[in-house]
Ligand binder design. Structure first.
Ligand code: ACO
Length: 427
């Protein structure tokens, strides 16, 4: 870190010197921690670095995403999701032996406590699977609280293993519960994505080996969603974790934040939007609506707080989408053609060009997941499954760094102090 300083001059006060930190990549950061008699105002945190991190880097202008320095395109192409999990958690790609050991440790944790299956009975069958998932993941803290010392790195590692291993099991259980089918136990001779497909689509009376191409596509989707630096859900996990809370409860908080349509819920919303548009001939009407400030409609799957260029994940997702549609014999799928045309029109439209609104990862992930046979209500659940490794890696980094409790300040614009008025004198 450098010793450059910024100077802040406030009215009637002597200038204050603030250290400027130079990151290994990206934008310089001014440390305002020493400011005492003034706050900074940044709703939406557009210019606030909330922490120091070594995990993920995004260059939104150039459309670059790196996990521990490795470009997302290379990882999605060449690595398996569990290798990416190892990388995010430990900082380096695993050797052969480390990979084997890691896979084994994940595999032995895939089952959930039998009592967890009873929890499901308390939910309505038509509940949104995200509602069930956030409840069930939060409830894991009831199973692994007393044995967990978050200051102990081995205990934190075990919590990470448990979460990465159990999320596919819980996600599939959410689906099975919603359609009234029995839960399918994990099968440890399958890889991570195959196992998820097995638990999603297997039934006790007929168990087929999952399709390898679809499993590989899903594995890639997991990698693309594994981490994304300090987004809303990750910041939520860090904020909850900064109080020393149980990690399973923190991940549940992350799931809640992810659920919203402006974040992880966008792929479900995007597929619904494509279905609503229905035909290429209606695209222009919807583009018009997206540009109308009096109309709440937005082009789902377009725009991003950080990317002001093509989301690098969207490029990989687009290719994966092609492969999956070809495999399931749906290459002429009208929804995909509609999506391609919508993308083409929007990318040429002045409104979208001026605002640097490009397709984000959700634009193609919905169509891909749908072609794999996954219902749209499960899309965000799958996002949560994949993002769990990012959340827990960031949580682990924060606890290891002894971070202070997160406690933002505010610009108060409410009433000044006044005296209580008894009920009979109000009017
Ligand atoms: N459709 C139409 N206009 C849009 C869109 C869109 N999808 N996204 C942004 N804009 C416009 C805004 O109206 C605004 O216009 P203005 O400058 O004339 O007021 C301008 O572009 C800037 O947009 P902001 O809302 O300020 O951007 P912000 O960073 O706050 O929001 C967000 C980013 C939430 C992702 C937004 O682009 C959006 O709602 N997109 C659709 C939902 C979506 O796809 N979310 C997924 C994000 S990726 C992820 O979570 C994995």
């Amino acid at each position: 870190m450098s010793h450059d300083k910024a100077q802040l001059t406030l009215p009637n006060q002597s200038p204050v010197e603030l250290p400027i930190y130079q990151p290994t990549l990206g934008t310089d950061v001014i440390d305002i921690n020493t400011l005492h008699n003034v706050f900074t105002y940044d709703p939406g945190f557009t210019a606030t670095a909330s922490c120091e991190s070594k995990i993920t880097f995004i260059d939104g202008e150039k459309g670059i995403l790196l996990y521990r320095g490795y470009p997302i395109e290379q990882l999605a192409e060449q690595a398996e999701f569990l290798e990416v999990c190892y990388l995010l958690l430990h900082g380096e790609l695993p050797t052969h032996m480390q990979k084997e050991q890691f896979n084994h440790r994940i595999t032995i944790h895939t089952m959930v406590h039998e009592q967890i299956s009873k929890l499901f009975q308390g939910f309505r069958r038509d509940a949104h699977p995200m509602a069930i998932m956030l409840g069930v993941v939060g409830a894991l803290s009831a199973f692994y609280h007393d044995s967990l010392d978050i200051q102990n790195p081995q205990h934190r590692e075990r919590a990470a293993f448990r979460l990465i291993a159990k999320m596919p099991t819980i996600a599939a259980m959410c689906y099975k519960y919603s359609i009234g089918q029995p839960f399918i136990y994990p099968q440890n001779d399958l890889n991570y994505a195959e196992n998820f497909l097995h638990m999603m689509f297997g039934v006790p009376c007929a168990q087929e080996k999952p399709n390898a191409i679809l499993a590989r596509a899903l594995d890639r989707i997991f990698t693309l969603h594994a981490d994304h630096e300090q987004n809303a859900s990750t910041s939520t996990v860090r904020l909850a974790g900064s109080t020393g809370a149980n990690p399973f409860a923190c991940i549940s908080a992350g799931i809640a934040a992810l659920w919203g349509p402006a974040h992880g819920g966008a792929n479900e919303a995007c597929l619904n939007m494509l279905r609503e548009i229905g035909s290429v001939s209606h695209i222009n009407d919807y583009i018009k609506r997206a540009k109308d400030k009096n109309d709440p409609f937005r082009l789902m799957g377009f725009g991003h707080r950080v990317y002001k260029n093509y989301d690098p994940r969207a490029k990989v997702m687009r290719q994966t989408c092609h492969e999956v549609l070809k495999e399931v014999g749906a290459a002429d799928e009208p929804l995909f053609k509609l999506a391609l045309e919508l993308e083409r029109i929007a990318l040429e439209d002045e409104y979208f060009v001026e605002r640097k609104l490009y397709p984000n990862v959700d634009f193609y992930s919905g169509i891909t997941l749908s072609a794999i046979g996954i219902p749209s209500t499960m899309f965000t659940v799958i996002f949560a499954l994949a993002r769990t490794v990012g959340w827990i890696s960031q949580w682990n980094e924060m606890i290891a760094d002894n971070a202070r409790i997160g406690r933002p300040r505010q610009l108060y614009t409410g009433p000044t102090q006044r005296d209580f008025v008894p009920l009979d004198q109000r009017g």
